[in-house]
Design a protein around this ligand. Structure first.
Ligand SMILES: Cc1ncc(COP(=O)(O)O)c(C=O)c1O
Length: 434
């Protein structure tokens, strides 16, 4: 309830702080994909930058020239990092918004260039992020999902086969979220050029990590604008750029393609309304915080963070393969680790959660996911010790697969009627709002 009388600033802030005390301990590295933390001093910088522009609104770039300039600088820095000096683009609220904007723009591009296509299709790997399913659902486009090989990279021959006269776009990931594997972007680029199709690279999770890994000498296959067929890239600032939440970047090679992102309404009595992203009001806080994160960290800061993250990921991988019965999935392309087990994976996840780790459970195949950041360097040994103990517990007591959350995850993963799974999940979420 809105209180009858306003409360004091101190009282409100005290209550807000105490409300968060029961949340998972992300500063302590117990969470693996939801938060990217680069230390308290950096956090303080992005909070203060955010506060300076918390009420500002980039809906009108004439009124907020400061924010427009920050957006331009963020996009130019991102384009340069991805080897395209003339790149253009927009800052959005997150990976999903960048992807929604890209799909809507490519749909409208096809409407203009290939008006005979009534049911447009986008060819994507099976491992593509569900933001593309959401975009397809919202914008009336069909996703044609292509299988992956044993290393979880999209199968090129199957991509070639999936392309038809209705195809308007090809998508690959750098890397994909579930196993951290980079799709063969150079080959997808050749295919895209051969078929005269655009190619979007979803680098939401990897965009601000892969360039530093390459500079550290890791063997990173080409995935950015150096691949001639790549026409656009989504890359999240609020992930490995360690910006505050609510910031991503959609970068285009050409202004001609960006144009399709811009929506204009001319009949509104409130005036001509133009908007390049999905949202109307564009909060200034996340843009200022993202700009501050790039400035505060600098290339040397990001290199140091990437080194810590990749060393932690390598140490986790080495510790995991040393446990009998555990197996890594995918390839060590980036800083994502994913593993499966010969004991029930979901029982293992329950046991790890009982030891205060926040666990990302995956399916097809059943596995556990870790997006590893610099903040995880100090917890590697503690995680591995708990993992060894939990594997032993589940091995000694296989009936753990029948208790806790394990049966629910197991059933949801295997149930053939996916619509039934969706309707049950929808009910659970609706109940949270009821
Ligand atoms: C590869 C990839 N694409 C898109 C997204 C969606 O990003 P967001 O959660 O910021 O909307 C994610 C999020 O993890 C991702 O890993």
């Amino acid at each position: 309830m809105i209180p009858e009388h306003g409360r004091s600033t101190e009282e409100i802030l005290r209550e807000l702080a105490s409300r968060g005390e029961g949340d998972t301990d992300w500063r302590g590295g117990r969470v693996f994909s939801l938060v990217y933390h680069a230390g308290d001093a950096h956090e303080d910088l992005i909070h203060r930058a955010h506060a300076l522009y918390a009420s500002a609104n980039l809906l009108n770039p004439m009124a907020f020239k400061s924010l427009k300039q920050m957006e331009r600088e963020i996009v130019q820095s991102t384009g340069a990092l991805f080897h395209c000096s003339g790149a253009v683009g927009t800052v959005t609220s997150g990976g999903t918004e960048s992807i929604l904007c890209a799909v809507a723009a490519y749909r409208d591009r096809a409407r203009k260039k290939k008006p005979w296509i009534r049911s447009p299709e986008i060819v994507v790997p099976r491992t593509i992020h569900p933001a593309f399913d959401k975009a397809a659902h919202l914008f009336g486009v069909k996703l044609v999902k292509v299988d992956v090989d044993a290393e979880q990279r999209v199968d090129l021959q199957k991509v070639a086969k999936a392309i038809g006269w209705r195809t308007i776009l090809i998508v690959g990931s750098a890397p994909q979220y579930p196993h951290g594997v980079i799709d063969p972007i150079a080959q997808l680029g050749e295919l895209a050029q051969e078929k005269k199709l655009p190619l979007h690279v979803d680098a939401c999770v990897g965009g601000f990590m892969l360039p530093w890994l390459e500079r550290l000498g890791r063997p990173i296959p080409k995935w950015d604008f150096r691949v001639p067929g790549v026409t656009s890239i989504s890359a999240d600032l609020h992930k490995y750029a360690y910006a505050g939440k609510g910031a991503s970047c959609l970068v285009w090679r050409s202004i001609e393609d960006l144009r399709y992102q811009i929506f204009v309404a001319t009949d509104f009595p409130g005036g001509i309304y133009a908007s390049p992203t999905l949202i109307g009001t564009r909060p200034g806080g996340p843009i200022a915080a993202a700009w501050a994160a790039l400035q505060g960290m600098g290339a040397d800061g990001y290199l140091a963070l990437a080194k810590r993250a990749v060393d932690a990921a390598d140490a986790l991988r080495a510790g995991i393969v040393a446990v009998p019965g555990l197996k890594l999935l995918g390839r060590p392309d980036a800083t994502i680790v994913s593993y499966t087990s010969d004991v029930d994976v979901y029982a293992l996840a329950d046991r790890l959660e009982a030891r205060a780790w926040s666990i990302d459970r995956q399916h097809r195949p059943a596995s556990i996911h870790l997006t590893v950041t610099a903040n995880h360097a100090p917890i590697v040994e503690a995680y591995l010790a708990d993992l060894r103990a939990c594997v032993a517990e589940v091995r000694a007591n296989p009936s753990l697969a029948k208790s806790g959350q394990a049966p629910m995850y197991g059933m949801a993963a295997k149930m053939p009627l996916r619509r039934l799974v969706a309707s049950q999940v929808r009910k659970v979420i609706a109940d949270m709002y009821a």
